[in-house]
Design a protein. Structure first.
Length: 134
C-alpha cells in the first residue's frame, strides 16, 4: 500500500504533522466561488396546473360538505316522515275518532247533535273493526 499517494488518510505508524505535497502553492492560489443554485422557475403551464389542482381540491371539499348536508337533510326527512306516520296512526285511533265525534255533537247539540252522535259511534265502530281485520 503506497502511503504517499493517499494524502488525506492517517495511518497508525505515520506522524501527525505530515507536510503537504508540492502542490501547496497551487492549492493556495485557487479561488473558490460560491455557486448559488437557484430553483428553476415554474412554467406558466405548471402554474396553471397547480391552480387548477387547488381549485379541484376545493370543489371536491365542497362536494363532500354538500353530501354531508344532504345526508343530514335525508335523515331529518325520514325522522319527520316517522313522526307523520305516528300522527296519522294517532288520528286513526278509535278513541281519537270518538272524541272528535263527541266534540262535533256537542257543538251541534241544538240540532240534535247527540242523536247523530249515536249513529256516528256505530259507524266509527264498524270502520275500526274492518281496519283491524285488514
Amino acid at each position: 500500500m503506497n502511503k504517499n499517494k493517499n494524502r488525506f488518510a492517517y495511518f497508525k505508524d505515520m506522524p501527525y504533522d505530515i507536510p503537504l505535497p508540492k502542490y501547496e502553492n497551487k492549492f493556495k492560489s485557487l479561488k473558490f466561488e460560491e455557486i448559488d443554485e437557484t430553483t428553476p422557475q415554474p412554467t406558466p403551464q405548471e402554474l396553471e396546473i397547480k391552480v387548477l389542482k387547488e381549485q379541484l381540491a376545493q370543489k371536491e371539499q365542497e362536494l363532500i360538505n354538500m353530501k354531508d348536508k344532504f345526508d343530514k337533510q335525508n335523515t331529518n326527512i325520514s325522522i319527520l316522515e316517522n313522526k307523520y306516520q305516528e300522527a296519522l296512526n294517532t288520528k286513526n285511533h278509535l278513541s281519537y275518532k270518538l272524541g272528535e265525534a263527541l266534540i262535533k255533537a256537542n257543538k251541534n247539540w241544538y240540532k240534535g247533535g247527540y242523536v247523530k252522535f249515536i249513529f256516528e259511534v256505530i259507524r266509527i265502530k264498524k270502520e275500526h273493526r274492518n281496519r283491524e281485520q285488514i
